[in-house]
Ligand binder design. Sequence first.
Ligand code: NAP
Length: 295
Amino acid sequence: MAAKIIDGKQVAEELRAELKAEVTKLKQEAVIPGLGVILVGEDPASQSYVTAKERACEEIGIYSDDNRLPEDTTQERLIGLIDKMNTDPKINGILVQLPLPKHLNESEVLLAISPDKDVDGFHPMNIGKMVAGQKAFLPCTPHGVIQLLLRSGVTIKGSDVVIVGRSNIVGKPLANMLIQKSPTGNATVTICHTRTKDLAYHTRRADIVIAAAGRANTITADMVKEGVVVIDVGVNRIADDTKKRGYRLVGDVDFEAVREKASLITPVPGGVGPMTITMLLYNTVESARIAAAKT
Ligand code: NAP
């Protein structure tokens, strides 16, 4: 029987409704969560991501401070703006859209963001806390994956999870979250990458496969067991003349074939994508709540 589809849009809408209610409550206490957004350059994909994030903020009542800087922005100017946001009480979260133009030092920029406003969860302080199992801002995409699993009724505890991909923004933090001794963890996790000797050996014994390789058809039907839960993080462009823009988006999983064996599966688009922005909103609201409690 074909798998049930995990509707990321619907789960994201549920979560956004909860956050909107939380923001309304905070506003009654004169607290307005604020997100400082910085985009450097003209990259069209980054522009559309930033617009989507700002629209999502508006939808649930978060104030967003939009800063679009020219391509030739210097490191000093960028860090200066971050410093200003670090001390601005109206700003609870700072988002620097990546990638930055080549002449800018990305790790130095991310380090300049106050860990208290690091709503992307990329600051080493937050990463360290997350690894140590302490309270921290969790990176948005992995946190979104965990919320998708939990809100779809998947048991994480005791499951064999195989993650394909070991990037700093998806694979590594996701593996860390899933092994924590916590209600959202307690899984047994294997991380695979391009040097893994036999990828299918690992994916075939997994209860949950999470694909974050950035390559179409990395996971095919012969690589998974019956009843597997599949989360497809990948977003890949495939040439398609039938589309006006000349391409369509697919994930890392051969969706139609794998769907026949899986019990649950996320589509691309409409799976993990909507959750990533939602978890950014979640962290911003959380940050506003923490800041309000301190005053
Ligand atoms: P990345 O930095 O390029 O990392 C890809 C990882 O996958 C690497 O660890 C690589 O191994 C591994 N890999 C690639 N091909 C493989 C293969 N054939 N077999 C096994 N491992 C393989 O990518 P990323 O930033 O983590 O993103 C991964 C995908 O998720 C991309 O398509 C990206 O667009 C998408 N994404 C989506 C969202 C969302 O919100 N939907 C958010 C973030 C990312 P090595 O380390 O050995 O090179």
